[in-house]
Design a protein around this ligand. Structure first.
Ligand SMILES: Nc1ncnc2c1ncn2[C@@H]1O[C@H](COP(=O)(O)OP(=O)(O)O)[C@@H](O)[C@H]1O
Ligand SMILES: [Mg+2]
Length: 256
């Protein structure tokens, strides 16, 4: 479903992603963990080419995204083609990124109407069924500012799903939430995983990661230092650095 091959990214002289290779199967749930600044967000953003990179490539469903080969040379792909590819990928951010001057349903119907020429009635119907799925059926006409953080994030998930993505990316979706609202968002994500969605998730919620992930990827200083099943990574880490990181995060959970 997703192939990341020899991906290298620099910000100026700063080598932020170092030869990343990652293969993600359809329906697989991959959780990326690692210290702050290790490159998790950058890696996620490279998947749908929100970030350019200097070397390597990413394919989605076998097709290159962002760059393409022409006459043996790698060149940026036309905007139109890139946008089409991006529609396969839904993204959810820590900060929700809702449109605050639009109602919940308008937030959800906008992209399908604009980008897929979906009829208003159909888009509305779809938004209602998505809202039901995330437990917010009665919030269609509400302005986002009236919602709690957990509700906002569930709207953001519904909005991403409205485009029928093949893949969903989540960048610390619960990090901005009050603790009592984390569970409701994780539950929606768990349902989504159970429905067979391919998901790449950056999170510090280790217990959630342990139950939802098919594969855990540990990123440190721009490199994948370890990857494997939750059991492998959490119970039998191969590197001392993984062990140290996992211990810190689990212990912080215990103290909190
Ligand atoms: N727009 C940017 N310009 C320059 N450096 C950046 C930019 N975005 C991120 N970085 C740097 O790239 C590294 C990886 O950042 P990021 O992917 O946000 O890490 P993480 O999500 O794991 O905390 C960090 O050292 C960060 O300071
Ligand atoms: Mg980040």
């Amino acid at each position: 479903m997703i192939d990341i091959v020899e991906l290298n990214k620099y910000y100026g002289d700063h080598h932020v992603l170092k030869n990343i290779n990652l293969h993600i199967d359809p329906g697989e749930v991959v959780v990326i963990i690692g210290p702050s600044g290790s490159g998790k967000s950058t890696l996620l953003r490279c998947i749908n080419y929100l970030e350019e990179y200097q070397h390597g490539y990413v394919t989605i469903g076998g097709e290159n995204i962002g760059r393409q080969e022409i006459g043996g040379k790698s060149v940026p792909m036309p905007e139109k083609k890139l946008n089409k590819m991006r529609q396969k990928v839904g993204m959810v951010f820590q900060s929700f990124n809702l449109f605050y001057n639009k109602t919940v349903c308008q937030n959800i119907t906008m992209a399908p109407m604009d980008l897929k020429s979906m009829k208003k009635s159909e888009a509305k119907e779809k938004s209602l069924s998505l809202l039901e799925m995330v437990g917010l059926k009665d919030k269609c006409d509400v302005m986002p500012a009236r919602l709690s953080g957990g509700q906002k994030q569930r709207v953001a998930i519904a909005r991403a799903l409205a485009m029928d993505p093949e893949i969903m990316l989540f960048d610390e979706p619960t990090s901005a939430l009050d603790p009592e609202m984390v569970g409701e968002v994780l539950k929606v994500m768990k349902d989504l995983a159970n429905s067979g969605m391919t998901m790449v998730i950056v999170t510090h919620e280790m217990n959630f990661a342990r139950t939802i992930a098919d594969k855990i990827v540990v990123l440190e200083d721009g490199s994948i230092i370890e990857s494997g099943s939750p059991e492998q990574v959490f119970e039998h880490p191969q590197t001392e650095r993984t062990r140290a990181f996992v211990n810190t995060v689990f212990n912080r959970d215990k103290i909190a």
